[in-house]
Design a protein around this ligand. Structure first.
Ligand code: ZN
Length: 359
């Protein structure tokens, strides 16, 4: 059997698995006692309870439940949305669900970002309350590790966390020696906290619709490297100095990037970065700041340097494309086509940033 046939068989098995998981949840919905389930299936009680919670979510998320039943969405992705919508009331959960009809096309990370965006949209006030509560649980933890090492982790506001992470990386990039990348990052943290750090300022993008910026609507914004944030946070960040603000047009695509100076090549680059935000390979969520802007149709083969032919690729996908293992093209309509070595085709397009105006 060739690789292509095996790949098709694998996809089929994956889809059957999702359907079977749907059947399993339907049964779990009918069994009242989680202990029965735990015993029957030889699973821990906690897992049995989760099965019941997932079963209960079939009613709350009917569109996703249908995709699971049809084998188009696996349980892991269903769980991503269930977990994120569990604190919403049923009506709001249904509104999020109703707008996830294309969930089958998204991987779990993309689905997470899209669910977060929709939750901010249908429940901006609730999102804020949940965030304020979560901030109260912020903490920094220390855990000792073998070989004289330790792990220091911080649970904190996502935007602040991203700023911190970008700052650490920007500082580490200024270190020109043979320490490993991770070692440089760790040394930067130590230097910054315990003295002798060299200050480097990083600039990150926040994208927000003009109406939200003015307080007329409450659409979620988008922070590069973080994902969707609720309207108030987006407004707050946009009002600070080190962030670059981006406004969007009626269909939610960027119309321009706010900058103090105007330089065409740089402006074009900025536009592409803001429009795509992540690597343009399907399912890749690597932020554009870690990508290189590349021609879809090579410059040497007649490709032009304009916004339609340019897009970001992370190192991995840039390499796969350059060595010709994966073929990539970009249509005039902005649709990006990625063809794998086994001949599977995937199409993506840049996601709108803001909600389109109602017709
Ligand atoms: Zn990529």
């Amino acid at each position: 059997m060739g690789q292509r046939e095996i790949a098709e068989r694998m996809l089929e098995a994956w889809q059957r698995l999702a359907s079977v998981e749907f059947d399993l949840l339907c049964c779990a919905a009918e069994i009242d006692d989680p202990h029965e389930i735990a015993l029957l299936l030889r699973i821990p009680l906690g897992r049995a309870r989760r099965l019941q919670e997932q079963a209960a979510a079939l009613d709350r998320l009917p569109v996703l439940a249908g995709l699971l039943r049809d084998g188009l969405l696996d349980l892991e992705r269903f769980e991503v949305v269930r977990k994120r919508t569990e604190n919403l009331d049923s009506e709001k959960a249904r509104r999020v669900d109703a707008r996830l009809a294309d969930a089958a096309e998204l991987n779990s990370r993309e689905l997470k970002a899209e669910a977060d965006r929709l939750i901010c949209l249908v429940d901006p006030f609730g999102a804020e309350i949940r965030h304020v509560k979560a901030v109260k649980r912020s903490e920094v933890r220390y855990r000792s590790m073998p070989d004289g090492m330790a792990e220091l982790t911080a649970y904190l506001d996502a935007v602040r966390g991203r700023q911190l992470f970008d700052q650490i990386n920007a500082d580490a990039e200024t270190l020109d020696d043979d320490r490993s990348w991770g070692e440089k990052q760790a040394d930067v943290v130590v230097d910054r906290m315990l003295g002798s750090g060299r200050p480097v300022t990083v600039c990150t993008d926040v994208t927000v619709s003009a109406t939200t910026l003015l307080g007329l609507t409450s659409e979620p914004g988008y922070v590069a490297g973080v994902g969707p944030v609720e309207a108030n946070t987006a407004r707050e960040i946009a009002s600070q100095g080190d962030w670059r603000k981006v406004l969007t047009d009626k269909v939610g695509m960027p119309i321009g990037v706010g900058r103090r100076r105007y330089r065409p090549p740089r402006a074009l680059r900025d536009f592409v970065m803001v429009r795509d935000r992540v690597c343009q390979a399907p399912g890749c969520m690597r932020p554009v700041g870690e990508c290189q802007i590349d021609h879809a149709r090579g410059f040497a083969s007649g490709g032009v340097t304009d916004e339609r032919n340019l897009g970001p690729f992370c190192d991995v996908h840039h390499y796969l494309k350059t060595i010709g293992r994966y073929r990539f093209s970009r249509g005039a309509d902005g649709v990006r086509r990625w063809v794998t070595p086994l001949g599977f085709e995937y199409e993506t397009r840049a996601k709108a940033i803001a909600e389109p105006d109602p017709p």
